[in-house]
Design a protein around this ligand. Structure first.
Ligand code: C5P
Length: 213
């Protein structure tokens, strides 16, 4: 069986997740949000009162992730995202999470015909042979605006300036690290969603997937 792998990368809050879920639904493929794995590592440290920069603790947490963390409501918190980007810079943490991601892509649950993975390094490191690679971006201001709206909708008190500073700090950490930095694969299609709505982005991505089938 030839399985189709769709790799979607890009910075925080660019719309990767929305696009990935929509593509997975459209083609009945499995979906993996790879950021949730890094978030789970970050959250387990925050819960234990350990500094996310503590490498030994982060490596240990990534080697033995409690599955319940992946559905914890605090997984999506801003603080968890920050901790995730700190542990994500550690090569041992990344290598501990790699096999799970590759295995998901190659053997998707329920024997689905394909898998959609989104993250920072899916097209460059996790699945470099994926036939469909998308790199989704938007300006930092637009991403901070979306993130602010999302948190407000959840009833959380937020400050746009703080969110924008968070977005920029996370971009700098994700792009600046040595191991698997955030960057488009050479053969990725770039989609800037600053002025494109999700329907337009979806249609372009869908056409690309159909060509690969
Ligand atoms: O996408 P999300 O905001 O959930 O990702 C949280 C953090 O996990 C990112 O800021 C990034 O540092 C890290 N990450 C990564 N590689 C991935 C997915 C996420 O380094 N494939």
């Amino acid at each position: 069986v030839i399985r189709v792998i769709i790799a979607i990368d890009g910075p925080a809050a660019a719309g990767k997740g929305t696009l990935a879920r929509r593509l997975a639904r459209e083609f009945n493929f499995a979906y993996l949000d790879t950021g949730s794995l890094y978030r789970a590592v970050g959250l387990s440290l925050l819960r234990a009162g350990v500094d996310p920069a503590d490498e030994d603790a982060a490596v240990a947490a990534s080697a033995d992730l409690a599955p319940a963390l992946l559905s914890d409501p605090a997984l999506r918190d801003e603080a968890t995202g920050g901790a995730a980007s700190v542990v994500a810079a550690m090569p041992m943490v990344r290598s501990n999470l790699l096999e799970f991601q590759r295995n998901f892509a190659q053997h998707p649950p329920d024997d689905k015909a394909g898998a959609v993975l989104d993250g920072r390094d899916v097209g460059t490191v996790v699945c470099p042979d994926a036939p469909v690679k998308l790199f989704v971006t938007a300006s930092p201001e637009e991403r901070a605006r979306r993130r602010t709206d999302e948190l407000l909708a959840k009833g959380q008190a937020v400050d746009f300036g703080e969110i924008l500073a968070d977005v920029k700090a996370r971009d700098a950490r994700d792009s600046g690290r040595k191991d698997a930095p955030l960057k488009p694969a050479e053969d990725a299609l770039l989609l800037d969603t600053t002025n494109l709505d999700i329907d337009a982005v979806f249609l372009r991505a869908k056409a690309l997937v159909q060509k690969a089938l």
